[in-house]
Design a protein around this ligand. Structure first.
Ligand code: ADP
Ligand code: MG
Length: 335
């Protein structure tokens, strides 16, 4: 990840709503004079959060590319999200099953998940849907009783999942939940899609998971903020030209019980929310990897971060809170 060579010379800013896009898609366009390129920015709801896209492309193509990115996001949201009625819901509703003909997206997510699980001592686990439901995240977070947690744990874990070719084996009652990797993966897919349609550069951010990059001549240095998990301030800026950044933490979705914070990231070893870190930011080549690693490191903390293979990331930042509420930063690698 090298520094940017060139800053874009942009002027003439206008706001418009592209005809083919949904009304929810707010679009801002900037004409870039030198190459008759257009930069378009949009924000739209997807995967239970918001996505922001920035596309730099030839002016006549930019709107079509943006529209196509949005369509792909909606498709993947339905197929891979727990609230969709596509492939993931279908798998989860079938109970015990040998399920043939997985889509390439689902196969990739399962294989990637098994791999990330293997490098994080199984702390990344997308087969904990029953446990997530017992804790009520995201709509009704509450403290379950311990018998509910024990029963949910018995139905949870990648031990209940295997794949052979295009066929999935899923134990009866186990529910898949790709909440900790699907946003990153979707960002990767939408970014690659935009580039295959001719975008000279693009940035896709879905709920804090980011994939960005561009051609050498058009590309820019994307500046991405690492937020203080216990405040509104920004702790530092990360600058990358091509790659991905993901942040997970205990401050997005949580509740307090007797003064203790319980968040939506769960420890597969105990069935309880994690206490490994307040937030974790990972910079990798792709956002699926960064997203999944960030979640696993939230659970395992610095010990897990210290053992991630070098080839999977360029920077890991772990932010912890001590008993006095002070935050401390630990890092490995650089960008
Ligand atoms: P965010 O959704 O805020 O970006 P994450 O990427 O960490 O945060 O994903 C958290 C979601 O992933 C949870 O809401 C839950 O659905 C699921 N999940 C919780 N714990 C784990 C875990 N240990 N491994 C994999 N998925 C998890
Ligand atoms: Mg994640």
């Amino acid at each position: 990840m090298t520094p940017a060579r060139k800053k874009l010379n942009s002027h003439i800013i206008l706001t418009l709503l592209l005809g083919s896009l949904t009304a929810a898609l707010l679009v801002r366009a900037i004409f870039i004079s030198a190459d008759e390129l257009l930069e378009i920015k949009s924000k739209t709801p997807v995967l239970g959060t918001f996505a922001t896209y920035i596309v730099i492309a030839e002016s006549e193509a930019a709107g079509t590319i943006l529209s196509s990115m949005d369509s792909l996001a909606r498709y993947l949201d339905n197929e891979l999200g727990v609230f969709g009625d596509g492939e993931l819901s279908g798998l989860n509703m079938r109970g015990y099953a040998l399920i043939p003909e997985l889509s390439s997206d689902m196969k990739y997510l399962l294989e990637k998940s098994l791999f990330i699980s293997s490098v994080t001592d199984s702390l990344f686990d997308p087969a904990m849907g029953v446990l997530v439901n017992v804790w009520g995240f995201p709509n009704d977070p509450h403290f379950p009783d311990s018998t509910e947690i024990d029963s949910a744990l018995a139905l949870s874990g990648l031990k209940n999942v295997s794949i052979s070719g295009d066929t999935l084996y899923l134990s009866s009652g186990t529910l898949l939940d790709f909440g900790a990797i699907a946003k990153g993966y979707t960002a990767d897919r939408i970014y690659s899609h935009s580039r295959s349609l001719g975008a000279r550069a693009a940035m896709v951010e879905i709920g804090g998971e980011i994939r960005c990059g561009g051609d050498t001549e058009t590309g820019r240095l994307w500046r991405l903020a690492v937020r203080n998990p216990r405040g509104e301030d920004i702790l530092e800026m990360i600058e990358i030209e091509n790659g991905a950044v993901a942040t997970s933490g205990d401050y997005e979705s949580y509740f307090f019980d007797n003064g203790v914070r319980f968040c939506h990231i769960l420890d597969p070893r105990t069935g309880y929310p994690e206490f490994g870190a307040a937030s974790v930011t990972v910079v990798s080549d792709d956002a699926a990897t960064a997203d999944a690693l960030a979640t696993a490191i939230c659970v395992g903390g610095i010990d897990t971060a210290a053992n991630i293979p070098d080839s999977l990331f360029s920077l890991i930042i772990v932010i912890k809170e001590d008993q006095n509420g002070e935050i401390a930063e630990w890092r490995r690698g650089s960008v």
